[in-house]
Ligand binder design. Structure first.
Ligand code: FES
Ligand code: FES
Length: 212
């Protein structure tokens, strides 16, 4: 029976050097990755230990008084709870969305004393005495807020996941009064990411409210 001969370059290299180029590179890759990743993994392990230690620490209950959408609330919460989690989990206000939970997408934007903030980066304990407005608090009964009307009119939402944060951010932006041009609006809204790419329509909606 005839032997099967494979003339692939790998076999050629192997026959000359005893190992394939791909094999050599993968060995190097594994060894190199080991050398390169070792300090990173050690750091990650350390960070994980610290996170676990914080999570395992006994809860420190803090009492916070704040006004949410015009209603006074007294909350007794673990001091590590974020405003976002307090709104969604404790106060049944799920309009504010959790996107990244790391301050990078703006989905969780609410207004605290009229200023827009990322509620995922804000501990509820930092809001003692504050007035918080979420998307649920913008409308006046059945009467939508002008920014909500404008988003609808200009088709500023598709899936709508980013929309509560976009609208709260837009309300804050108009109040700040710094945006004079489309470029200003884009820059000042750049902390609010829209996966659906409704940006042009969002800018149009904001301009309409600004110029009203
Ligand atoms: S959830 Fe807060 S910025 Fe993304
Ligand atoms: S409308 Fe879908 S993420 Fe913005």
């Amino acid at each position: 029976m005839a032997d099967t001969i494979d003339n692939s370059p790998e076999d050629y290299n192997k026959s000359k050097g005893g190992t394939t180029r791909r094999g050599f590179l993968s060995q190097l890759g594994v060894a190199g990755a080991g050398l390169t990743l070792a300090p990173l993994l050690a750091g990650a392990t350390e960070a994980t230990r610290e996170t676990e230690a914080v999570a395992a620490a006994p809860a420190e209950i803090t009492t916070v008084g704040l006004t949410i959408n015009g209603k006074k609330q007294i909350l007794n919460l673990d001091s590590r709870v974020t405003l976002l989690d307090a709104l969604r989990e404790k106060l049944a206000l799920p309009g504010t969305k959790k996107g990244c939970d790391h301050g990078q997408c703006g989905a969780c934007t609410v207004l605290v004393d009229g200023r827009r903030i990322n509620s995922c980066l804000t501990l509820v304990g930092m809001c003692d005495g504050a007035e918080v407005t979420t998307i649920e608090g913008l409308a006046n009964g059945d009467q939508l807020h002008p920014m909500q009307e404008a988003f609808l009119k200009h088709d500023g939402l598709q899936c709508g996941y980013c929309t509560p944060g976009q609208i709260c951010s837009a309300v804050g932006l108009v109040k700040e009064g710094h945006a004079k041009t489309d470029a200003d609006i884009k820059e000042l809204m750049s902390g609010n990411i829209c996966r659906c790419g409704a940006y042009q329509n969002i800018v149009a909606a904001i301009k309409e409210v600004q110029n009203a």
